[in-house]
Design a protein around this ligand. Structure first.
Ligand code: GLN
Length: 213
C-alpha cells in the first residue's frame, strides 16, 4: 500500500532515532500508513506532510540548516501556510523569534523565527542538572506527561496567538501556535507518544487540505 503520510525528520544532528521511533508508533496507534523522510537538507520540502526538528544543539543545527540558502524561505513559507511542525528542545529554539542566555545575553544564532516566542536557553541548568517531571498538560488529556528535560530552554515571552500548553515551576515549557508545536523537554524520550500522535493528526488534516488545493 502506498504510504499516505510523509513526515520529515530534520536529520542534521540530535535525537533523530528516538523521534523516528515515536512517530512510527503513533502511525501504528492511529492505524495510518506513514513513512519517514530523513532530511539532511531541505530538498524534499514539497514531499512532506509534517516536520520534526529534534533536540540536540541548536547552534549546530542552525549553522548547518542555514547553509540551505533560499530553501529556508521556502520552509518558512510552508510553515506559514500550515505545514505541521514539532520542535523539541533545540528544535523549539530553532523555531523561535529570539533566543538569549542568562550569562551571555542575546545568542547570535540562526533562528527560523516562525514561532512568536522568546527563549531563554539552558534555563534549567547544564547537562548534569537534567531531570524528569510529571507535567499537567490538559491539551493532551488527563493523564500527566513525563517531561524529560536535558539542558532545556524556557519560553519567557509569547505573542498573542501562542497558546501555553505546559508550565513547570512557573516557566512556560510547551506551546502551540496553530500548526506549530514546541516543547522545552523531550517527548520522544517519554515513552508516551501523545505529542507525536497530535502531530500526526495535524498532518492528516494538512494532507487532506493539500489535496483539495
Ligand atoms: N541547550 C541546547 C541548545 O541550546 C538544547 C538541548 C537539547 O536539545 N537537549 O541547543
Amino acid at each position: 500500500m502506498t504510504p499516505i503520510l510523509r513526515v520529515g525528520i530534520l536529520s542534521i544532528q540530535g535525537d533523530i532515532e528516538e523521534n523516528s521511533n515515536a512517530i512510527k508508533e503513533s502511525f501504528e496507534e492511529l492505524e495510518i500508513e506513514g513513512t519517514i523522510i530523513y532530511m539532511k537538507d531541505l530538498c524534499d520540502l514539497d514531499e512532506i506532510d509534517g516536520l520534526i526538528i529534534p533536540g540536540g544543539e541548536s547552534t549546530v543545527i542552525g549553522m548547518l540548516l542555514f547553509l540551505q540558502g533560499v530553501q529556508i524561505d521556502l520552509l518558512r513559507k510552508k510553515i506559514h501556510d500550515g505545514l505541521p511542525i514539532l520542535g523539541t528542545c533545540a528544535g523549539l529554539i530553532m523555531l523561535s523569534n529570539r533566543a538569549y542566555d542568562k550569562t551571555i545575553g542575546e545568542t547570535r544564532q540562526e533562528l527560523l523565527k516562525v514561532l512568536d516566542v522568546t527563549i531563554e536557553r539552558n534555563a534549567f541548568g547544564r547537562q548534569h542538572e537534567s531531570f524528569e517531571s510529571e507535567l499537567d498538560i490538559p491539551y493532551l488529556g488527563e493523564r500527566r506527561f513525563n517531561g524529560v528535560f536535558i539542558r532545556g530552554p524556557a519560553i519567557t515571552e509569547i505573542g498573542n496567538n501562542v497558546e501555553i500548553i505546559a508550565e513547570y515551576n512557573n516557566k512556560i515549557v510547551a506551546v502551540r501556535q496553530n500548526n506549530i508545536l514546541g516543547t522545552s523537554f523531550h517527548p520522544e524520550l517519554a515513552n508516551d507518544n501523545r505529542f507525536h500522535t497530535n502531530l500526526t493528526k495535524l498532518m492528516v488534516e494538512y494532507n487532506k487540505y493539500k489535496k483539495r488545493t
